[in-house]
Every structure is written in C-alpha cells, then in structure tokens.
Ligand binder design. Structure first.
Ligand code: AMP
Length: 438
C-alpha cells in the first residue's frame, strides 16, 4: 500500500513526502479512506501507530474540498467558522496534534490552532477571534473560551476525540458531554482510544452513527518492536542502578518513568549530581518549564527526561532509544503506553524495568498483557548489577520526625554526598547481587 493509493490530493501527498513518510502505517491505510468517505470511525489505536495523520490527512482533504461559507456576522465579516474540533487530554498532545495539522496542511490554506490550560488565555482568544478552521483543545480550556463567548461550535463538521480513555481517566467526561451538547448532531465523528473500557464504549454508542470499528495494534501487541528487560533491584538500589545503567548504555534519548512527581524531581537531582543531563516533566511544573524540558530533550541537549505517566501522555518524540521504568506501574496498560514512546513507527527500542520485591505482582500482570516475559537484565550485553548503595547510617531528621523515610534521606543528602551515590561510578561491574537473580 502506498500513500498514492489512498485518494489523497497532491498537496497532502507532497506534505507526507516532505515529512519523510514512505508508506502508510496500518491505521492510516484503514482509516484514511473511511474518513474521506464521511464515515464515523471508532479506532482502537495508541500513540506511535501514526493515528494523528490517519485522521488529520483526510480531514484536511475534506475541508479543502468544500470551502466553508464566510460568516455573515457584520462585525467579523471575514471570520472563519470552526469546522473541525479535536479534543485531547493533555496540553502536549493538543499542541502536537495542532503541529501535525500544520505539517500535513502546509500546502493548503486552512488555519489551525491549539488551546489548552496552564498558559495565558489572551493570545488564544486573539487567534480564535481571528478565525480558525481546525481547533485542537483540551476540554477545560475550551469550556472557558466557550463561556467567554469566543468559541462557537455550531459549524462543526468533524469532531475527533483523541485518546478518549485517557480523557476518561483524567475525569474529563462531564466536560466532554457539555461540549458535545453544543455541537451539531449532523457531523462526522471519530473516536480514538488505546483501550475500550465500558464508559468509552457507551460514549461511542451515544455519539457515533453506524461507526466502522478499526483495530490496528491491540494494546497488548504494541510491544513487538521493543525488547523488554527486567532488573531485579531493591528500592534503595534504584538511584545508583539508574546511574550505572545510563553510564554503561549507549542511548540516544532515555525516558524514565517514576510513580510520583516528587520521585521524578528526586531522580533528576540524583542524575544531575552524577553528571548526567536530565530534566523532569510532570503536572507540578509550569507550562514554560514543561515546554523547556521537552525542547531540551527534543534537541538532544538533555539526554534523559524523567516523567510521570500523565505528563508523558502523547509525547511525540522521535528516536527515544530507551524507556526506563524506574517505578513499575500498577496498571499493565500503562506499561504499554510507556513503552509506546520507543520503538515508534517501526524503529526498535529497549524497555528496562526496575522490579523490586513488591513489584512481582505488577510484573506478572504486565507479562500476561503483553504475552511476553521480560527478560532478565543479567543477560544483557554490558549488564551492570545493581549494587547495594553505600548508604551511611541514617540518622533521623534533626527537626521533623513526621517525615517519611524518603524525605529523611533527602534531608540527609548533602551529608551523604561522599558515600551513597559514588559506588556505580567507581566500580562499574560489581559482583552480581543476589537480588539480580530472578
Ligand atoms: P502518532 O501515532 O500519530 O503519535 O505518530 C507517531 C509517529 O509516527 C510520529 O512521529 C509521526 O511523525 C510518525 N509517522 C506517522 N505516520 C508515519 C508514516 N506513514 N511513516 C513513518 N512515520 C510516520
């Protein structure tokens, strides 16, 4: 199958070529013709499959083929109608989708923009007032603009709900229902979701009309281009193991997942002290800090990005060679989302998971879902055994006995500088620890 076989017009084919795509991905081959035919689509697909182009290309073609009538509003005689609305769960994903419309629509004249929270509303308001054809939005900020009277959705021809399961997880369903109530019923609707829990199926029953279901790579089979390795490691050994692994592994970009925002910052501090360039992205960071962290990671200035799951959702960064699960996740599907950041669009990638004794249940659930056992990291070429960190005897924190153990350790860090984190750098191939045997 070639892009030329998909009935796409020349400007779009040109844009696809410029983007360097040679052949359509499976979801593109299936979804593009359906959208061109005006069908409603229910697609079970996750990031990394090329799903954005699968809906953006045919939407651009449909909008270009039927120019919208100009508004008759005398105050804004030339303002455009919003003709396509894409709802997405996170700021980063909204921006990426909007950028994709820019990439694929570069040879057409349609206007697109993204609106999301966490940044000043005024520039968004100005852009919206000047008129856009395609609006990509997170639900909360869209409702704000609607309340301000800046956005009218009465001319929507195509509605896309992207990563619907994540919007459900993030509690956006009531917002989405409120937005849906203002959109014309006569429209084309596309719903994309990595998983299909019952509320998403119910939503799709309510809003899609005779949809065609498309399933490209089930969430559990997305792992095929990725090698999965597991380190058996105790919790307190993780910081030094992470340094050793990064010092001994050739990686282009490594994305490290922690369970908490606090944990992400802590890992960054630890890596920075070890001379490894790292930054964090999580929900407590300002939008500017998140944008900076992403830009540094994209440009290669920062080799390691430490992220929490929500913040990482939808990150579209090419060439992530390693995903490191510093903390394993309780939800096996999240493992698949995480590793979906590597091995994208056919490239190969490596997933390394730090499995502590309390994680064995989670590990089994992941292995069941992806139907592949994680290989013991001891078999990795260049394997570095976790070492029991040389943690100096921990005194209780001087003043605050209510702090938990982690915080205490944190409080003691400066005093610990010469002991705890040097081990891996002095001795790269320590004896295999007993816990390394799974
Ligand atoms: P998505 O699943 O939409 O997040 O896309 C994942 C990545 O695949 C993005 O970096 C796209 O630029 C890239 N991509 C999309 N379609 C293709 C294609 N046909 N060939 C190669 N790469 C693609």
């Amino acid at each position: 199958m070639r892009f030329d076989d998909l009935r796409l017009h020349k400007p779009l084919l040109e844009a696809v070529r410029t983007a360097g795509y040679e052949t359509p991905t499976p979801i593109q081959a299936k979804v593009i013709p359906l959208v061109l035919d005006g069908q409603d689509v229910l697609a079970c697909a996750q990031t990394g499959t090329g799903k954005t182009a699968a809906f953006a290309l045919p939407i651009l073609q449909r909008l270009a083929a039927s120019p919208a009538p100009k508004r008759s509003d005398r105050r804004r005689p030339r303002a455009r109608h919003i003709r396509t609305l894409v709802l997405a769960p996170t700021r980063e994903l909204a921006q990426q989708i909007s950028d994709s419309f820019g990439t694929y629509g570069r040879f057409g004249g349609l206007k697109h923009t993204a609106v999301f929270g966490g940044v000043n509303k005024n520039p968004q308001t100005r852009t919206l007032r000047s008129g856009v054809d395609i609006l990509v939005a997170t639900p909360g900020r869209l409702l704000d603009h609607m309340a301000d009277g800046v956005v009218q959705l009465d001319s929507i021809e195509v509605l896309v709900l992207d990563e619907a399961d994540r919007m459900l997880d993030m509690g956006f369903m009531p917002d989405i229902r409120r937005i849906l109530a203002t959109i014309p019923k006569q429209r084309q609707t596309l719903l994309l979701s990595a998983t299909m829990p019952r509320p998403i199926r119910e939503l799709s029953n309510d809003i899609l009309i005779n949809p065609v279901s498309v399933e490209v790579a089930r969430v559990s089979s997305a792992a095929e281009t990725v090698e999965h390795w597991a380190y058996s490691v105790e919790k307190r050994e993780k910081p030094s193991l992470l340094c050793s692994v990064l010092e001994n592994t050739p990686y282009s970009r490594a994305l490290v997942f922690t369970r908490t925002k606090y944990g992400a910052d802590k890992v960054v501090r630890h890596l920075t002290r070890a001379g490894i360039s790292a930054d964090a992205i999580h929900g407590n960071k300002s939008q500017n800090a998140r944008t900076r962290a992403l830009a540094g990671f994209r440009s290669g200035k920062t080799g390691v990005l430490v992220a929490t799951d929500i913040a990482s959702r939808g990150l579209d960064i090419d060439d992530i060679s390693h995903v490191i699960n510093y903390d394993l996740t309780d939800e096996p599907e999240t493992y698949v989302h995480r590793i979906g950041r590597t091995g994208r669009a056919g490239a190969t990638g490596t997933a390394l998971s730090f499995v502590s004794s309390e994680d064995h249940g989670n590990l089994r659930a992941i292995e069941r879902l992806i139907r592949t056992p994680l290989q013991p990291a001891a078999d990795l070429p260049g394997y570095v055994a976790p070492k029991v960190a040389v943690v100096q005897a921990e005194r209780p924190a001087r003043t605050d006995s209510r702090r938990n153990g982690d915080t205490n350790r944190q409080g003691h860090r400066p005093a610990n500088k010469n002991g705890a984190h040097r081990g891996p750098r002095r001795s790269r191939r320590g004896p295999r620890s007993a816990v390394a045997n799974r």
